[in-house]
Design a protein. Structure first.
Length: 513
């Protein structure tokens, strides 16, 4: 897949990074990655407008992409037993108890989990947060003591709160006795070898290839230098600087937690990394930019946005934006493909670019929505039912359904055997008799949403039978539902062209491993 993947990744970069896109930032780097390695990259411009050209090693500010590092550090401390995600944050940050909703104190109801998943009831604060990134801890303490005003009951709805996430950093400092920046470095950056990633421009050596920030107010016609927003009490939500190379490693470290052969890793366990990439707070409407994309849902996990794309399944992402910078990272855990885009203008639109790059690349290689390994019992039941259909026994033997596979007792009560036989006869009348020379069963599986279920096809004289089986997970799984219906040769119902019977859930069979 890699050679084909590189071809499509390079084509996506060439197609999407046209002059009209690039003119909105003095410099940028866009990279397509695969399992932590950059496979295609494009850079443009002068990061400091001093004649030096941009390279994959140029350091950009990644802004709110920093929140994923904050969340991972929090989970690492949780795993160490020193933080409780479901404890009241006021036990770590007592000043938060003064927060009010409709005039009533509710701050002692806010948990770390709610802050991390942006459901604490704190109002969206992006413009304010950008301006106050460098404020002192004393300044923020005074704000908390005065009492924050909530706009929703804690734990009820999504509102993106920089201030709320920064309170997670204060909790980290309360239990570690160190700055949150040091906690992130010691638990993540150093163990993972992310040497290009730092919390402040001052931490880079003199002469480092560090991009300056710029702003434009005429759509890229002209740019003015924008000084770095300082790193202070809110710094943990957006202070990090990094390179596409480091972000490639970071995306793979997180995304690989879904691999069957995942590595636990010294920095954070695979189970905790998966926790970050599960939608916990519904985002409505879903953050979909592409004209051709359909999202079945999206939500905020812990420090990350999780999209459920109808075609590609789980996609994980986060944007970063500060005056002078625009950044975005997104990855597709099933294929290991990721994209990171960094630009030194807040008008650059890194998220829009990265979304198009990832979609183009995944479409080009026909990436799966997921890698699913069905239970052996699921495969055995499906193959047995497949044999009954192809040999005609399901049509001619009145007891065939009862012997199709180990069945839960509801199966033949929900649809009695005689009714199933009659329905199968109607379906076969539409599509013809099953073909004797059907391809191997594994090649006819078209869907496996999870290990307990399979969808496969039985080719017939003038159409297709589409079969679904789902098992219940007892100690020995048994069939709880079984459905067979007619479809056209292309796998669609003849009278319902919108009713897809195939999707892109790639199946890994036990006997193939």
């Amino acid at each position: 897949m890699t050679d084909d993947l590189i071809v499509h990744a390079e084509a996506a970069l060439a197609r999407r990074l046209d002059p009209d896109v690039l003119r909105r930032a003095p410099a940028s780097v866009s990279a397509v990655t695969h399992r932590g390695r950059i496979i295609a990259v494009a850079s443009h411009g002068e990061p400091r407008r001093d004649g030096a050209t941009t390279t994959p090693g140029t350091v950009f500010r990644i802004a709110s992409m920093s929140k994923s590092f904050l969340a991972a550090t929090t989970l690492a401390l949780r795993d160490e037993g020193v933080l409780d995600l479901h404890a009241r944050v006021a036990s770590y940050v007592p000043e938060l108890a003064a927060a009010r909703l409709a005039g009533k104190p509710v701050g002692d109801r806010i948990t770390l989990a709610a802050l991390l998943s942006n459901s604490a009831g704190l109002a969206e604060d992006n413009p304010w947060g950008d301006e106050h990134l460098g404020e002192s801890r004393a300044f923020i303490t005074d704000i908390l003591r005065d009492g924050l005003t909530l706009s929703a009951p804690p734990g009820t709805e999504y509102q993106y709160s920089n201030l709320g996430q920064s309170l997670v950093g204060r909790a980290i400092e309360a239990v570690t006795g160190a700055s949150v920046e040091d906690a992130v470095r010691d638990r993540l950056l150093a163990p993972l070898g992310l040497s290009d990633t730092n919390s402040s421009a001052e931490l880079y050596p003199e002469g480092a290839d560090l991009a300056h920030g710029f702003r434009t107010f005429d759509d890229g016609g002209s740019f003015t230098l924008e000084p770095y927003v300082g790193t202070g009490a809110l710094g943990c939500i957006g202070s990090l600087f990094g390179t596409v190379r480091d972000i490639a490693v970071w995306m793979h470290f997180l995304g690989s937690a879904f691999d069957a052969d995942h590595q636990e890793g010294a920095a954070l366990s695979a189970s905790s990394r998966r926790e970050m990439q599960v939608a916990r707070t519904l985002i409505a409407p879903a953050p979909c930019r592409g004209a051709d994309r359909i999202l079945d849902g999206a939500g905020y996990g812990y420090g990350l946005i999780v999209e459920h794309d109808r075609r590609f399944g789980r996609i994980v992402q986060h944007t970063g934006g500060l005056p002078g910078f625009s950044s975005h990272m997104r990855w597709h855990p099933a294929s290991g493909v990721g994209v990171v885009v960094l630009g030194n203008s807040d008008a650059f639109g890194a998220a829009r670019i990265a979304e198009a790059l990832l979609d183009d690349t995944l479409i080009g290689v026909d990436a799966p929505a997921a890698i699913v390994e069905p239970w052996p019992e699921t495969i055995a039941a499906a193959q047995h039912i497949d044999e009954l259909l192809r040999t005609g026994r399901a049509m001619n033997d009145p007891d065939a359904w009862a012997r199709a596979a180990p069945l839960a007792r509801n199966v033949l009560r929900d649809v009695p055997a005689a009714v199933r036989t009659r329905q199968l006869g109607i379906a076969v009348a539409e599509v013809g008799d099953p073909k004797a020379d059907a391809p191997p069963f594994a090649s006819r599986v078209v869907r496996a949403p999870d290990p307990s279920a399979l969808r496969w096809t039985v080719p017939c004289a003038s159409g297709t039978l589409v079969c679904d089986v789902r098992l219940v997970g007892l100690s020995v799984p048994i069939v709880q539902s079984l459905d067979v219906r007619a479809a056209g040769p292309d796998g669609r119902k003849p009278k319902d062209e919108a009713a897809e019977v195939t999707d892109h859930y790639r199946v890994a069979f036990v006997h193939e491993r």
